[in-house]
Design a protein around this ligand. Structure first.
Ligand SMILES: C[S@@+](CC[C@H](N)C(=O)[O-])C[C@H]1O[C@@H](n2cnc3c(N)ncnc32)[C@H](O)[C@@H]1O
Length: 356
């Protein structure tokens, strides 16, 4: 049988024998969603975007071809996305997540990184599970301050999300020192932190009148600016600063970034900003992601993706997907571009991170 069957999981009949096709069919029969047929919605010089179920797309990605996977999956919180019912039983949700996690591990290159954004309650499950898989190793748990956490009866006030990083073993993982502006007093403009004897060491990292210090594993500055209008709130879009930091930390220009729950495309935008290639996919209507692509990258498409991206898929799959998209006369992205112009005035996004 498939390699998935080797991964028997303790405790819980419903989650052993993990196989993507089994989960897809169970999702359908349980009425969670009916996956749309996989379609290539955009192919450009920097990336490809599919409307697809994540597991369906992952099945077509070659083993060891992706440099970084960043995922911000549905949280199973009854958020009710327009095209996806975000509510499964906890056991079923756990099994589903394990299924795509395994697929992500498979498609990563040795040395490639996997970042998962979620609530601590679920990241603990995922970390526990990933620790049993010999081909990945734990790298980091990053805590991100919630903008508007609220007290929950009988529990300590939850105030952070988590971002878990694992790397595939077999090659040294890429690691870059990412820096951000040191916080300053709003009134006097002086540094809030006293860097003691180390202040002189940072002199070489002065830029735009600020001192740039290494980011830690606690991010309290990644919430969106109030005026950042280019967010698609109905897909629960993340601020670009979050995937951007993951990408800067663990990839080089020209690397391939994958987000199989891409929503409004914040990961794709971050990848493009830093000259990384990207593969995006979402099960929902692609309007938000296509609007973003059209505004920031342009609505012009290419006959086929750049060769580094082609390497990530089997030739047969690419040919079929490209053939199907060529047959669709009216590409949705041309419409998304027009919509976007009236809805989104300007790109207010400002990068808060850089690699020197
Ligand atoms: C939390 S949102 C991701 C938002 C994204 N990070 C952004 O910044 O725009 C989760 C996304 O997963 C998508 N989704 C849910 N189930 C999926 C599946 N089985 N395959 C692919 N996408 C799925 C939803 O449509 C939703 O857009």
């Amino acid at each position: 049988m498939s390699t998935y069957n080797k991964t028997r999981v303790q405790g819980g009949k419903s989650i052993d024998n993990i196989s993507p096709s089994r989960y897809i069919s169970r999702m359908q029969t349980n009425g969670f969603y009916a996956p749309p047929p996989l379609s290539m919605e955009y192919v450009g010089p920097g990336g490809i975007f599919f409307r697809a179920d994540a597991l369906q797309l992952l099945a077509n990605i070659k083993t060891g071809s992706i440099d970084l996977a960043f995922v911000d999956p549905p949280f199973n919180l009854r958020k009710s996305y327009p095209d996806f019912g975000d509510e499964m039983g906890a056991e079923f949700y756990k099994g589903w997540c394990r299924t795509w996690l395994l697929e992500l591990v498979r498609v990563l290159k040795p040395g490639g990184s996997l970042f998962i954004y979620h609530l601590p309650r679920w990241l603990i499950e995922f970390g526990n599970w990933l620790n049993t898989i010999h081909s990945v190793e734990y790298k980091a748990w990053i805590a991100l301050k919630m903008k508007s956490g609220f007290p929950v009866k009988g529990r300590i006030h939850p105030a952070h999300y988590g971002l878990l990083q694992y790397a595939k073993i077999g090659a040294p993982p890429t690691f870059n020192v990412v820096r951000t502006k040191s916080p300053v007093c709003r009134h006097c403009g002086r540094l809030i932190r006293d860097y003691g004897g180390y202040k002189d060491k940072y002199k070489k990292y002065e830029l735009d009148g600020a001192m740039w210090v290494q980011i830690s594993d606690f991010w309290e500055d990644t919430r969106p600016a109030r005026q950042e209008k280019a967010r698609a709130k109905f897909v629960n879009e993340l601020p670009v600063q979050i995937p951007e930091r993951a990408i800067l930390l663990a990839t080089k220009p020209g690397d391939v970034v994958l987000d199989c729950f891409a929503g409004g495309g914040s990961t794709l935008r971050a990848a493009q900003l830093h000259q990384r290639l990207w593969i995006g996919c979402d099960i929902g209507k692609p309007n938000a992601a296509l609007a973003r692509i059209a505004i920031f990258f342009g609505a012009e498409e290419r006959q086929s993706p750049p060769s580094r991206l082609k390497e990530c898929f089997s030739e047969k799959f690419l040919k079929t997907a490209l053939h199907q998209s060529a047959q669709r006369k009216r590409r949705r992205i041309s419409k998304a571009g027009k919509l976007a112009k009236s809805n989104v005035a300007a790109d207010k996004y400002a990068s808060k991170s850089r690699v020197f």
